[in-house]
Design a protein around this ligand. Structure first.
Ligand code: PRT
Length: 93
């Protein structure tokens, strides 16, 4: 059974990843992802977007939700790598 944990929102994840970028803790996958650069980040965005599409066509709601969460993560990594803030995106919504 999955352990209960508080719900993490898009904004809370962005704050967490921004903090990782600023403090660069050892062992952080986000720090490694940022150091890998925009080309590698863009490839992950495309990969995860493809997995979202496949999950939407063929998989369960749970699997689709998980793929979407990974796409959101990689979009945030790419945003932080480029120095964008949430407001830069939100003003287009
Ligand atoms: N939400 C995420 C998250 N979603 C996706 N990912 C990464 O994206 C990858 C996508 O998984 P896949 O199954 O598609 O791929 P994989 O086979 O596991 O990995 P690859 O071989 O494809 O690289 C995962 O392996 C993670 O490296 C994430 N990595 C971290 N987080 C959260 O980000 C925060 C900071 O994490 P750290 O920087 O690692 O401390 C924490 O709250 C984490 O929970």
């Amino acid at each position: 059974m999955k352990q209960w944990r508080p719900v993490k929102t898009f904004d809370a994840l962005f704050a967490e990843l921004s903090e990782r970028a600023a403090t660069r803790p050892e062992g952080s996958g986000t720090v490694a992802a940022l150091d890998a650069g925009v080309h590698a980040q863009g490839k992950k965005v495309i990969e995860e977007a493809g997995e979202v599409w496949i999950a939407a066509e063929y998989q369960s709601d749970e699997q689709l939700s998980e793929e979407i969460s990974q796409l959101l993560y990689w979009v945030q990594v790419l945003m932080i790598g480029r120095g964008l803030k949430l407001e830069d995106v939100y003003r287009h919504l």
